[in-house]
Design a protein around this ligand. Structure first.
Ligand code: ADP
Ligand code: 5GP
Length: 188
């Protein structure tokens, strides 16, 4: 099974994905995307992302290396490499995708029943702002851009197989664990 995680930035997608990776390091592995944005904080090339220039990104588009790609924020490109699914499945693990809502809908359309798409929903826009500010690694200008986009992103929620409301963290983890258990036992 492949799991696609989507949410407005700051809703807790990374927190949910990291929960699965920490609890089941032998079961799951995160697909590493290409991006043209600069590394933040402690991010490392080849671990969180493959950080590339716009020219390199364009070359990879021309080489047909992406399953999907999006200009997620003004001038910043993000793309899923076809080779990531092969790399992770050959290692005997299940693929986790952390992508924007449009990328998630596209991946689900392409992967069909092989994938479960999961939308992580923030309790409110005010709480989303608090989390983005609290994370302390995104500039005030970028926070405003991400909040402006959140409203539109929330409208994609009905297109997903499952929704997790990330209010109380432990409750959200339990919701996610139940989704994974159901998928693993083949329940639709
Ligand atoms: P995303 O990957 O969706 O951008 P993160 O997982 O980085 O979001 O979460 C954004 C911030 O909110 C982080 O500082 C994270 O620790 C915090 N956070 C995540 N889930 C919760 C929660 N349920 N309650 C309070 N803070 C949370
Ligand atoms: P961030 O800059 O916070 O790491 O990510 C910004 C947004 O881009 C997030 O919503 C993240 O999920 C999304 N993203 C990361 N990789 C990809 C990708 O390969 N494709 C798409 N469509 N979105 C991605």
């Amino acid at each position: 099974m492949i799991y696609i995680f989507c949410a407005p930035s700051g809703s807790g997608k990374s927190t949910m994905v990291n929960h699965l990776l920490t609890c089941h390091p032998d079961l799951f592995e995160l697909s590493i995307s290409c991006t043209t944005r600069a590394p933040r904080g402690q991010e490392v090339h080849g671990r969180e992302y493959y950080f590339v220039t716009v020219d390199e990104f364009r070359q990879r588009i021309a080489n047909d290396e992406f399953i999907e790609f999006e200009q997620v924020y003004d001038g910043l490109y993000y793309g899923t490499l076809k080779t990531e699914i092969e790399r992770i499945e050959q290692a005997g693990r299940q693929v986790l995708f952390d992508v924007d809502v449009k990328g998630g809908v596209n991946l689900k359309r392409i992967l069909g029943d092989r994938a479960t798409s999961i939308f992580i929903c923030p309790p409110s826009i005010d709480e989303l702002r608090r989390r983005l500010e609290g994370r302390g690694d995104t500039s005030p200008e970028m926070i405003e851009k991400r909040l402006a986009k959140a409203e539109e992103e929330l409208s994609y929620r009905p297109q997903f197989d499952r929704v997790v409301i990330n209010d109380d963290l432990q409750h959200a983890f339990r919701q996610l664990d139940a989704i994974i258990d159901r998928s693993a036992s083949g329940v639709k």
